[in-house]
Design a protein around this ligand. Structure first.
Ligand SMILES: C[S@@+](CC[C@H](N)C(=O)[O-])C[C@H]1O[C@@H](n2cnc3c(N)ncnc32)[C@H](O)[C@@H]1O
Length: 396
């Protein structure tokens, strides 16, 4: 079937129409005519896969990655980085407008390091080969390297035979000193060659047990952090530093800040240097353990960390907060947390989001009491469909 791409959605997918029905076409550019096969049909839309580009856009470029069309991670490496940003911006603006959020001058801040930026990758290991599961399929795609992962991660992948296993999951994390944490989940035997330890390995964790070194990495940014192997940490150091700087602009020295979904304290520590007090809440026990240990190193007495689910803790807090920072998982804010936030009278809600769909859903609910005064995107996950957003809402 031949389709003409008319515009973009919020994930940078091409949008075409077939008998008035929307067809999402990943890896297709506006103006292109593509030969497609429908891979999914639902009541309101279809998803198609490009078989051949019949009439290519002048923006189309050959990907830098030989695995790109197979793994499905970098759906926007079909053009250069500047155009990929324009595509994401256009798609997101459209999403905001459709949902009644009139964000006229929305822009996405560029990634200073568009390649080799990720400090973590998670792979599947199948029959002794590592790779990704192609999105929306069960298809395994073996890769040799990832052009988004930092060079040391690819160097470790190059010597997979030093820690090989047959089937399972492999996560590799690194820090600003290029030290590495290898995290393996498998039912099979892991064959360790002692040569592995000639590499800058900080820790090897197999099935949640530390086999070598430590269970965490340390990272020196403007603050010092400890990243336990099972904790969330921002994957793009270049862009996440920009977000911290921007976030601090919205705080003042008299603030008392509630930091929901605080992880290992990525935003908590820099905020605590600027304001009277910060209270951080996070569910992962090791993340809070790390945060509390680092609090002593960072010599910041004006922070209280609580471990547990946000929705179980928030209404038990006694402090009178002036502002709240929320950085929830992709699912966004749950009903109880939103109700609590709406009952309070924070002067600002600062919402950091990695999922524009749940961000928009939640923003609409806050609009009765809060007004959006700032919304900016960050190209945290360059060449992929993802965008990080920072949104500031003021009490009306
Ligand atoms: C997007 S991350 C943000 C972490 C942190 N703000 C940062 O920048 O590193 C979301 C965090 O929320 C935590 N989380 C998920 N659901 C939660 C819940 N119901 N209550 C508390 N924390 C939760 C996750 O473990 C993760 O650390």
């Amino acid at each position: 079937m031949q389709l003409k791409i008319e515009k973009y959605d919020y994930e940078g997918r091409g949008i075409a129409y077939e008998n008035n029905m929307v067809v999402f076409v990943p890896e297709a550019l506006k103006g292109e005519i593509v030969d497609c096969e429908i891979v999914k049909t639902s009541k309101h839309y279809k998803i198609a896969k490009v078989l051949e580009v019949i009439k290519p856009s002048p923006l189309r470029k050959k990907s830098f990655c030989p695995f790109s069309s197979l793994c499905g991670g970098c759906t926007l490496d079909i053009c250069d980085v500047a155009n990929s940003l324009k595509i994401k911006t256009e798609g997101l603006k459209d999403l905001f407008l459709k949902n009644g959020l009139d964000i006229k001058d929305f822009k996405i801040v560029a990634n200073p390091e568009p390649l080799y930026y990720r400090n973590k990758i998670s792979l599947i290991v199948k029959n002794g080969e590592f790779g990704f599961q192609r999105e929306n399929t069960h298809e395994f795609v073996s890769i040799k390297k990832c052009y988004l992962a930092q060079p040391i991660i690819n160097e470790i992948l190059d010597c997979f035979d030093y820690f090989s296993f047959l089937n399972g999951k492999l996560t590799i994390r690194t820090n600003n000193e290029h030290k590495v944490l290898i995290i393996i989940e498998t039912k099979d035997k892991v064959n360790i060659n002692p040569k592995l330890y000639e590499k800058p390995i900080s820790g090897l964790i197999i099935n949640n047990k530390v086999i070598y070194g430590k269970s965490f990495l340390e990272e020196q940014r403007s603050e010092f952090y400890q990243i336990s192997y099972d904790s969330f940490f921002q994957v793009n150091p270049y862009v996440s530093n920009l977000i911290v700087q921007k976030l601090l602009n919205f705080l003042n020295p008299k603030d008392i800040v509630l930091d929901l979904y605080c992880g290992v304290g990525f935003f908590t520590f820099p905020m605590a240097r600027k304001v009277i007090k910060v209270v951080g809440i996070e569910v992962v026990a090791n993340a809070i353990k790390s945060a509390k240990e680092v609090q002593k190193v960072n010599k910041l007495a004006n922070i209280t960390f609580y471990q547990g689910r946000v929705e179980n803790i928030i209404d038990k807090l006694n402090e009178k907060f002036t502002k709240v920072v929320v950085d929830p998982p992709r699912s966004g804010l749950d009903k109880k947390t939103k109700e609590y936030l709406l009952q309070q009278a924070f002067s600002k809600i600062i919402y950091i989001s990695c999922n524009p769909l749940t961000l928009v859903r939640d923003l609409k609910e806050f609009q009765s009491k809060y007004q959006i005064t700032f919304l900016e995107g960050y190209d945290m996950f360059t060449f992929t469909k993802h965008v990080e957003c920072l949104c500031v809402l003021n009490l009306k």
